[in-house]
Structures are given as structure tokens and as C-alpha cells.
Design a protein around this ligand. Structure first.
Ligand code: AMP
Ligand code: MG
Length: 343
């Protein structure tokens, strides 16, 4: 059954290079994708953060396939995506009044809540944890897909585990190709970095991952949020590994945006810059994330720019740091995890 859906799906696609990708998802494509989800298939779909690789949360075989296709370790749990706020109460315990406050103000949007889970949630989704991560995305294609599928959709980012996240349909195609039954193309992701994850499992709300929504904005609504430091041995969240979002080309983080890297003769060096840099002639390639130095624009362009630099066969990449304020905290988190020490 799945095979038929797959073939039909790919037949409808427009040509993109040698392979095929679905261009501009319309309601007919979304219904086809929802049908594939109901039959146990895998759909890549756009959200306002990054592209997700989704399956029916109640189908363990389909969920297992997500892990297989991404080569994701089974100890790294998935975020469940919902289309109605009320679904939250079917999946998790929501007594803490701050949960309601956050979902009222920030959903749909790039906020994931980690909450004590209801007992019947498949263990594969939560990696056996007593908690579940839930988000209501704010993207018309994502919401329509979940509504049409008639089930919450478990979805990690649609990239091979550990690599740079996808913010365009062609990124999914490059990374996962035809292992996905269908890719719904909704253009580039507006925010460009993943959701902010807040856990409500130990009494005090705790930041598990910096993301598209700033912690300061969340704190204005619910008061203080704990921001524990990252310790390499025991990540707070199972997927928060020290090395992640990693380019194939070694990338180093500059200590300041004024710092000049050490150039090695014969090497082809690339630069990820936040604003137009000085010393342009020293680099074989430069990506400027925001010509005006705007951090939102930088986040929107961030993963795509990293991929472009990574695809040029350079020897080494350098990245300038940006502000840690607002969405800048999420960019710096990704850059630190991508970077390797110099030397
Ligand atoms: P991604 O796979 O890129 O969507 O990232 C999902 C993130 O959510 C990973 O870092 C997971 O470890 C984290 N996550 C999912 N479920 C839980 C949970 N129950 N407790 C803590 N972190 C979670
Ligand atoms: Mg990911």
C-alpha cells in the first residue's frame, strides 16, 4: 500500500535536477500526504522553524522508520506536532497553570513543551522517558497536514542525524532523497532555527534548547525560566549532543567578529559572517547572513548559508559569533555545536 502511495506521490512531482520534488504544496498535495501518513508512510513538510520528517504518532512501525531514515539513535526522543491546542491534554499532564499561559500566548508557534506524558504514548517517541515533547506549528501546510491526517505527527528535523538542519525542500531532497515518501514544498522556513524547548518536569520551567522564541519573551509571560549550563557528559535533553548541526568541512568559531583567522597556505578558506566583513580578499567564499546585521534575518539564512559553504569543497570554514540576545542565543548554540577546536 505504502509503495503505491510512494510511486503515485513521486509521479506527481515537478522536476528538480535529476530527481523530483513536490513544488508548492497545494491542498491536493497535502491530502495526498495526509493519506500517506495514515497508511504509515513518511512525509517531509515545512514548518516555520525547519522542515520536519513526519509520521503518525500512533504507528510504531512508521516511527521506527523515522529513526532508520535519519540514522537517529533510539535514545533521542521526537517532538509530537499537533494542530489544536486541546490535543495537548490528550497526550500530557498539564496541571501547571504556566503551561496554559504559554500555549495561549505562543501557540501556534516555535515553542515546544516537555511535559509528563500520558501512559499510552508509544515508547519509541519518548525514548522510554516519562515525558513527551509537544508543539503546535504555525505554518499553514503543517497545520493542514496534521488536520487532514487526523492524528498528531511525530517529527524530528528532516536531515540525516547530526547534519545541518533543512530550511528548504531541496535540503531534504539532498539529505534524505527518495527514502521519504513525499516532500511537501512550502518555500524557505521563516524563522530558520528550531523551536525553543521548555521542560515542565521538575517544578521549575527549564530551558532545554534555545530556539526561535527568545527566553526573555517567554519569561515576560510566566516569570523565571531556569537556564542550566550544558555539561558534556549529561546533556539535559537526550538529543543535545556536544557535536551536532555539523558541517563536513571543519568549522571553527572566531572569538570575536573582529578577529582574523589563521590562514594556512594552500588552504581554501570560507567565512560565515553576520554583517559584511573586512578582509574579503582573504577568503575563497563568504556568506553574509544579514547585510544590515539583523539577527532575525541572520537566523532565517543561517542553515542554508552553512550548507552552501559546506558544498564548495573548501578546506576550512570560520564563523563569526553574533549577539547572544533573542534568537542570537539559538544561532550561537548551533554554531558552538557545529564548531571544532582549532588545531
Ligand atoms: P529535532 O530532532 O531536531 O526535532 O530535535 C528534537 C529535540 O527535542 C531533541 O533535542 C530531543 O532530545 C528533544 N526532546 C524530545 N522529546 C524530549 C523529552 N521528552 N525530553 C527532553 N527532550 C526531548
Ligand atoms: Mg534535528
Amino acid at each position: 500500500m505504502k509503495r503505491i502511495a510512494q510511486v503515485r506521490g513521486w509521479e506527481r512531482l515537478g522536476n528538480m535536477g535529476k530527481r523530483k520534488v513536490l513544488v508548492a504544496a497545494n491542498i491536493e498535495h497535502i491530502q495526498l500526504a495526509a493519506d500517506i501518513i495514515r497508511r504509515g508512510g513518511l512525509i517531509a513538510f515545512p514548518t516555520e522553524t525547519v522542515y520536519g520528517l513526519g509520521a503518525d504518532m500512533w504507528n510504531p512501525g512508521a516511527i521506527a522508520n523515522i529513526f532508520k531514515v535519519k540514522a537517529r539513535p533510539l535514545h533521542d526522543p521526537l517532538i509530537v506536532h499537533i494542530a489544536e491546542k486541546e490535543t495537548l491534554n490528550e497526550l500530557a499532564l498539564t496541571e501547571d497553570p504556566r503551561i496554559r499561559l504559554l500555549s495561549d500566548v505562543f501557540w501556534p508557534g516555535p515553542l515546544t513543551l516537555v511535559l509528563p506524558r500520558k501512559p499510552d504514548i508509544p515508547d519509541l517517541i519518548t525514548a522510554g522517558l516519562p515525558t513527551i515533547a509537544i508543539r503546535m506549528p504555525n505554518h499553514p501546510v503543517a497545520s493542514a497536514l496534521i488536520r487532514n491526517a487526523g492524528t498528531p505527527i511525530a517529527a524530528p528535523s528532516a536531515n540525516p542525524f547530526g547534519y545541518v538542519s533543512p530550511t528548504a525542500a531541496h535540503h531534504v531532497l539532498e539529505g534524505l532523497g527518495e527514502q521519504v515518501d513525499l516532500i511537501l514544498d512550502g518555500g524557505t522556513c521563516s524563522h530558520g532555527v528550531e523551536s525553543t524547548i521548555i521542560s515542565f518536569t521538575n517544578g521549575s520551567p527549564t530551558l532545554l534548547r534555545a530556539g526561535s522564541l527568545s527566553v526573555e519573551d517567554l519569561e515576560e509571560v510566566i516569570g523565571p525560566i531556569m537556564r542550566p549550563g550544558f555539561s558534556e557528559g549529561r546533556p539535559l535533553s537526550p538529543g543535545r549532543l556536544a557535536r551536532h548541526y555539523a558541517t563536513r568541512t571543519p568549522l571553527h568559531l572566531l572569538p570575536t567578529s573582529e578577529a582574523i583567522p589563521k590562514f594556512v597556505p594552500g588552504e581554501q578558506t570560507g567565512l560565515l559572517a553576520f554583517a559584511p566583513p573586512r578582509g574579503k580578499e582573504l577568503y575563497a567564499a563568504i556568506e553574509v547572513l544579514s547585510p544590515t546585521g539583523d539577527v532575525q534575518e541572520a537566523a532565517h539564512n543561517f542553515f542554508a548559508a552553512l550548507r552552501r559553504l559546506d558544498n564548495q569543497g573548501l578546506t576550512r570554514l570560520w564563523a563569526e559569533p553574533c549577539t547572544e540576545e533573542g534568537i542570537g542565543m539559538a544561532i550561537m548554540d548551533r554554531l558552538r555545536r557545529c564548531a571544532v577546536p582549532v588545531g
